[in-house]
Design a protein around this ligand. Sequence first.
Ligand code: HEM
Length: 304
Amino acid sequence: MLYYFKIAANILIRFAKAVFDLALFSVFVIQLTVRDLIYTVTNPFLPSRRVGNVIPRGYPGHGGSWPEYTAPKRGEDSRSPCPGLNALANHGISRLSNKTEGILPNNGKRITYTQLSHAIQHAYNLAPTLASQLTSAAKQLDQGRGWIDLHDLNVLNVVQHDASFTRPDIAFCPDQSYPHTDLVERLLDHASDGKHLSLADFSYYSGLRRAECKRSNGQYTLSGSFLHKMIGSGTSALMYSIFGGNIEALRVWLVDERFMDGWEPRNREALGHTIAQALATSLAVEFSIDEKQALRTGDVFYHK
Ligand code: HEM
C-alpha cells in the first residue's frame, strides 16, 4: 500500500532541499565572483612577487626547494587523473607527519577541502578564489564525508573527461591515475618553437585529441558537454600561465608528476592568478579549437 502522506512529505522535503542548495550555490558563486573581480583589478597595481619568492616563505616549494619526491606505490597510494594534484602528493608529507600546510599527504588519501585548496593556492600561486573554485569541483564527490581520496577523481564527467592529453579515454584505460609517457611526449612534440607550447599549440593539440578520440572511442562523451570541453581548455590555460608552456618543466611534471628542481610558478601576480584570468585564457583556447583542422605534417590519429 502507498503512503500518500509520506510521498507528499518527501516531495516537499526534496523540493525545499533543492531550493536551499540552489540558494547556497548562488551565494557561493556571487561572493566568489565579487572577490575574484577585486583581486583581478587590484593585481596590476601591486608589485609582482619577486623571482625566488613566488611561493611564500615557510611553504613547500619556496625558492624552488620542494620536499623530497617519493613515487607512488601502485595498489597502495591513491592518485588522480590530475598531474597538478599528483605532483603535490608525490612531494607530499608522510602519513606519520601531521604537518599538512601547503602540500598533500603522500598516500593521497583522506584529503580535506581546506588542505586541497591551501596546497594548490600556494604551490601554483593561485588567488584564493581560483583555488576555491577548483576545489569545489572535487566537492561534488564528497558524499558528506568532508574529504576525498585522489583516486575518487577518476570518475568520468565530474571533472575527468575524454580526450585528455596524458591519459587514454577511460573506455580504454579504466585507471586514470597514471600518465602515459607516449601521450605526454606527443603533446610536448607539438611545441612549434621546440621549447614552449603556445596557446595555438594547445588549441591545435586539443582539436587533434578530440577528433581522434571521437573516431576511436564508441563511448566518447566530450562532444555533448561544453562544460567538460571548457575544463579541458582550462587545463591548457593553467599549463600556459603557470608553466609558460615550458616543455622541459612540463615533461618532469607530466611524466614523473614531480617538480623540476628549482621550479616555481611563472605567474607572479601579488594576489595570485585569478578565475577571471584563467577563464579568459581558457576561452581563447576553446574558441580556437577546430576538430576538422588540417593535420600538421607528420601527425596521424592515435588509436589504442
Ligand atoms: C582541487 C583542485 C583540482 C582538481 C579537483 C583537479 C582535478 C582534475 C581532474 C579530475 C583532471 C582530469 C581531467 C581530464 O580528464 O583530462 C585534471 C586534469 C588536469 N589538471 Fe587538475 N585538478 C585540480 C587542480 C589543478 C591545478 C591547480 C592544476 C595546475 C597547476 C591542474 C592541472 C591539470 C592538468 C594540466 C590536467 C590535464 C591532464 C590531461 O589532460 O591529461 N589541476 N584535474
